[in-house]
Design a binder for this molecule. Sequence first.
Ligand SMILES: *Cc1c(COP(=O)(O)O)cnc(C)c1O
Length: 453
Amino acid sequence: MKEIEIQELQTWKDQYPLLNKLISMDEVFWLNPNVEKFQTGIKKSPLTQEDVRDAEERLKRFAPYIAKVFPETKGSNGIIESPLVRIPSMKQSLEQEYQQPILGELLLKCDSHLPISGSIKARGGIYEILKHAEDLAFQHQLLTIQDDYSILDSDRFRTFFSQYSIAVGSTGNLGLSIGIISAKLGFNVSVHMSADAKQWKKDLLRSKNVKVIEYEADYSKAVEEGRIQADSDPTCYFVDDENSHDLFLGYAVAASRLKKQLEELEITIDENHPLFVYLPCGVGGGPGGVAFGLKLLYQDHVHCFFAEPTHSPCMLLGLMTGLHDKVSVQDLGIDNVTDADGLAVGKPSGFVGKTIEPFLSGNYTVSDEQLYKLLKELVDTEGIHLEPSALAGMIGPSKLCTEGIDYLQKHSLTEKMSKGTHIIWGTGGSMVPEEMKNQYYQKGLNLALDKQK
Ligand SMILES: *Cc1c(COP(=O)(O)O)cnc(C)c1O
């Protein structure tokens, strides 16, 4: 779909009145009318628990290799995982700021501090490249499932992989993840970066021998160009962020790891102890995969919400209209310009939208100003520094408790909220250079001060 005719747009607005606010780039809160009971929803799914388990096993096979080549993962024996922490001071601050009690506990999942690439992309991105490497090595009888995969850290394997190349389009963090792991294995890797991508991410990749190609256009264009380049070269493997099942499964493995962490913290999730998870959404693979994995484990006891910038509400638009990847925010005159670079996506993944539709509770949007203010507040209250994109989930519990009353009533949750748990998925930030961290913080501080005047 290109530019939408004025008359057609009016028909749409009549059908979906929320579009007016979306187009004005106001913050919105949307409940998914197509959410289903897990047992009926799962019947429509192209992916299963078995697929997620397979991905989990593959990551275990690679753990000895990861531990060897990325020493920062030694402590976790080569498993790439992030902390789950309680954030009680931030909770107090949110309650004060939004004049709204948050019933239940508030925790932060610190994917910002995932080793190797410092964002949620260290899950899906790294997983997909490992799977590709394993496929190639199996095909050429260089590796068997029984081997200790640390043998991949050798000139023999690096020379073998150097005959192959990898390409990916990215707003930054996926490129970082794919670039680092591909170069480590020995692949030739090209990252096609959208205009939003931060300079430090490009510099870091170039320092690791990754080819970085820059575009003036947005994410969809970078992906398209990457795909064209890969298509012309049979030895090139394209990581397709818009359609990849492997990326999605890599993200989904997060769920079983989270379950263990919740148990260690003695947090119960069941019929009477609901779990709410708030996930920043770009093209959809990261939040979609994590939400899918969580639904497989906790079924109707977990409630997942996606969060997008007011200037890039692509998944919300695709889900609400049912058009998925056949519509972009630009079609409606929304500019897709946001400082939340990880979420600067104008057109969602159709695969993710359709897969997650029966499972997603809702979706809301957040302004860039809010992201900066929340960023500053999280540093002040908990000493944790995230990148702007990663704060999109933070406002979710306050919004749910005010704008999601219908949802809570419909699912008989109102009485259970005080025994519930809210998890904010903090999707990135630990690798942001110190100087930029200070700039982000300063921006949040200025916005907070402006408001007090
Ligand atoms: C990529 C990214 C997301 C969202 O993931 P998608 O798969 O694009 O939906 C969220 N936060 C950060 C920091 C990211 O880099």
